[in-house]
Design a protein around this ligand. Structure first.
Ligand SMILES: [Zn+2]
Length: 364
């Protein structure tokens, strides 16, 4: 089978839809033609010139990175390091694809990987996303209700937490009269029809709206499908920023620090005053200081993240321990997730994890 960039993008976007990326982000295709047949994929945290050289040497013509090499609009390509990466990628025929804040937002993403590496259980989203849920309401003749409901579930509707097939159904009477130009499934033009119908209500994630509506239109028996979508204020518990989980047993601070340094291969950790033993841990890969209040509110003993500024450390204020282990360190396992996802889908295809250390920060 010919594997193209489009296949790889589909695997990643099925897992972490692009619609989940933040406004400032630039996830998705950056360089190259998604239709190009791939010779191999190299997964990395950052795409640098060294990573491109590694890709070339290993026969890979697509680099999948967590961080997009650029975010805003670009007016020219000069000698800036990001411009050199773009130019080289084009010259060498290497495609660039980024899977960034959408990979942060899913509950099997960047932060789940950190929880896994730390041996934390009962992982859940620290700050769930709002504005991602909609209610779909439709009206179906009673005898077609099961089929329509099932099609909606199959397309991804009806999830509430860990429950699938969630819907609310109410029987009633629907009326309509087909006017000129119509072709009614029940009754005939010019006659008022009363039909025993079921009103079906399901929750849908916003990014699956198109697929779910397509499924509804495919199976619904009416010429004109009556439905409405309502935006909800509810948080979507399966997507959002940061995660929190618990150790099986509490650990002493010193012992836990030793574990963190070993797992993340970090020589030094910047942290606030230790507050005793560690059990509940909030994490956020990359710059997570904006989630400190959520971590405190969720009752975490420690907040493990990166990029805290001096004054922000004071905000711990005896309520939590901030442990800043470095941006690269928190996200270094992200490329593992990409590799595993692609490999699972295409087991006989060359998917490699980059061995280039792209961390611009050194410790002496
Ligand atoms: Zn990052």
């Amino acid at each position: 089978m010919k594997i193209t960039g489009k296949h790889i993008a589909e695997v990643l976007e099925q897992w972490a839809p692009l619609a989940l990326q933040e406004n400032y982000d630039n996830s998705g295709w950056l360089v190259g033609n998604p239709q190009t047949e791939l010779t191999g994929v190299l997964c990395t945290l950052d795409c640098t010139e060294e990573v491109l050289e590694e890709a070339k040497a290993k026969g890979c013509n697509l680099v999948v990175a967590h961080h997009p090499i650029w975010f805003g609009g670009k007016k020219r390509l000069g000698s800036h390091y990001t411009d050199r990466v773009i130019t080289k990628a084009i010259q060498w025929g290497i495609g660039l694809y980024a899977c960034h804040t959408n990979a942060d937002a899913v509950e099997t993403g960047v932060n789940a990987k950190i929880l896994e590496k730390l041996g934390l259980k009962n992982g859940r989203i620290l700050s769930p996303k709002y504005e991602n849920l909609q209610q779909l309401t439709t009206f179906v003749p009673v005898q077609h209700a099961d089929e329509v409901r099932q099609a909606l579930f199959d397309a991804g509707a009806g999830w509430v937490g860990n429950y699938s097939h969630a819907s609310f159904n109410m029987e009633g009477v629907g009326t309509f009269k087909g006017e000129e130009g119509s072709s009614p499934t029940i009754g005939s033009i010019g006659h008022l029809v009363r039909v025993q119908e079921v009103k079906i209500e399901v929750l849908i994630p916003k990014w699956k709206q198109r697929e779910i509506l397509a499924a509804l239109h495919r199976v619904h028996p009416y010429e004109e499908v009556a439905y409405f979508l309502t935006s909800l204020q509810n948080a979507h518990q399966q997507t959002g920023m940061g995660m929190i989980g618990e150790l099986d047993e509490a650990m002493g601070w010193e012992e836990w620090m030793k574990e963190v340094k070993k797992v993340f291969n970090v020589p030094v950790v910047r942290h606030t005053q230790p507050l005793g033993s560690v059990r509940t841990i909030a994490v956020c890969g990359g710059s997570g200081s904006f989630l400190l209040g959520d971590a405190v509110g969720a009752g975490a003993d420690v907040f493990l993240t990166a990029d805290f500024k001096y004054h922000e450390f004071f905000e711990a204020d005896g309520k939590i321990v901030i442990a800043d282990i470095g941006h690269y360190e928190t996200e270094q396992f992200t490329s593992e997730i990409f590799c595993d996802l692609i490999q699972e889908k295409f087991p006989n295809f060359a998917v490699l994890k980059s061995t280039t250390r792209t961390n611009p920060v050194n410790y002496s």
